[in-house]
Design a protein around this ligand. Structure first.
Ligand code: KG4
Ligand code: ZN
Length: 353
């Protein structure tokens, strides 16, 4: 068997050199490209895939096909918005995993080909690490956490409490044993007849509802781990029981049901976070991932500054849900460490931080 040997392009770096990174994110159902000048975002383009709405969840095969259609226009738009020619790029960063294999393959092969064509370095990025390091994007509206801090990463695929000692020194202290918190939001929303992704809609309806009207049980899970599958089951039984008595129960109580579901989820997350602070003695908290866009969790985190004496960091809205800017900031720090990837690198659906 013959192997084609392709060298890694390692540039000669000057300390004060400006670095331009093109970043690509395609781990799930958003195709995104961003351009960064050092730690500043020049553009961050996200193409959402509406196609999944009618199926009530992400269909992997449709997601990868949509990525194939979107990737070239999204990258072109990101370069145009940043007013950068591809010849000016210093490196290409891409999401290697975790995520859906078919989706990851589109971004990975595109990034590899472009880096090869431009003879510039390739940088692989862990999606969950990127949700955490999004806090290091230079932006007037955000504050950067000091190390060590605790990160609560809450998305459609993950729920983790991570001790972050340094940029690339992270330790998972606890995680979900079944559904991710985003899935808990989306599956509850589906039971209420709301379209996918239901998380933002539950949040919207909850804003005018009574969070204490319908109490749902808080699961008892050991240590800093989470479980959300029981909550989904209790919501299912609650809805079935009430609908059998009043067929219009959901319509008439949508706001209170959503507020009660959101209150329960926020309580579960905050209880574990408080336990993590007690165990580690670390009071610096940063949240990340799509669910950190939720107004209930944002408020609970913010309130803990006064109530519990925590220092908290909440990313700008556009850096909460999946986006390439967060991939770019990891790319920037890896570039500074000269941590480049080989052309033989492959996508990895399961990829632990
Ligand atoms: O990080 P993300 O964009 O993709 C994954 O890596 O999973 O997270 C998507 C998840 C979905 O489950 C979506 O419903 C949830 O984040 N989400 C929300 C809100 N905005 C997005 N959940 C609750 N409230 C929101 N405002
Ligand atoms: Zn994500």
């Amino acid at each position: 068997m013959f192997y084609l040997c392709i060298p890694i392009f390692i540039p000669n770096l000057l300390d004060n050199e400006t670095i331009f990174i093109l970043a690509i994110e395609s781990s799930c159902d958003d195709t995104s490209a961003a351009v960064l000048r050092n730690d500043t975002v020049l553009s961050n383009v996200v193409a959402n895939q509406k196609i999944h709405e009618e199926y009530g969840g992400v269909v992997p095969e449709l997601a990868s096909r949509a990525h194939q259609q979107n990737i070239v226009p999204v990258v072109s738009q990101a370069l145009a918005k940043a007013n950068i020619d591809k010849k000016q790029l210093s490196a290409i960063a891409f999401t290697r995993g975790p995520g859906l294999m078919g989706s990851l393959l589109v971004g990975t092969s595109f990034a590899k080909s472009l880096a090869l064509g431009l003879s510039i370095p390739l940088i692989e990025v862990n999606h969950m690490q990127a949700h955490i390091l999004a806090h290091f994007i230079k932006d007037e509206s955000m504050t950067t956490p000091n190390f060590p801090f605790l990160a609560l990463t809450i998305s459609g695929g993950h729920t983790q409490i991570v001790r972050v000692n340094d940029f690339f020194d992270m330790q998972i202290l606890g995680q979900t044993l079944d559904d991710a918190v985003g899935e808990a939001f989306d599956k509850s929303a589906k039971l209420l007849g709301l379209p996918y992704p239901g998380g933002p809609l539950v949040d919207k309806h909850a804003s005018n509802g009574d969070p204490l009207r319908f109490p749902f049980p808080i699961p008892k899970v050991k240590g800093l781990n989470f479980s959300f599958s029981g909550l989904k089951t209790s919501i299912l039984y609650f809805i079935q029981k009430n609908m059998s008595e009043k067929p219009n129960f959901i319509e008439e109580n949508m706001e209170d049901i959503c507020a009660s579901i959101q209150y329960t989820i926020v309580t579960i997350l905050m209880e574990k976070l408080k336990k993590a602070v007690k165990e580690t003695g670390i009071k610096r908290i940063a949240i990340g991932g799509g669910v950190s866009a939720n107004s209930g969790i944002r408020k609970a985190i913010k309130d803990s500054e006064q109530k519990l004496g925590w220092t908290t960091h909440i990313p700008k809205f556009e850096y909460c849900t999946d986006n390439a800017a967060m991939i770019g900031i990891v790319g920037f720090y890896k570039f500074k460490n000269k941590d480049f990837s080989e052309q033989t690198i492959t996508a990895q659906a399961r990829y632990v931080i």
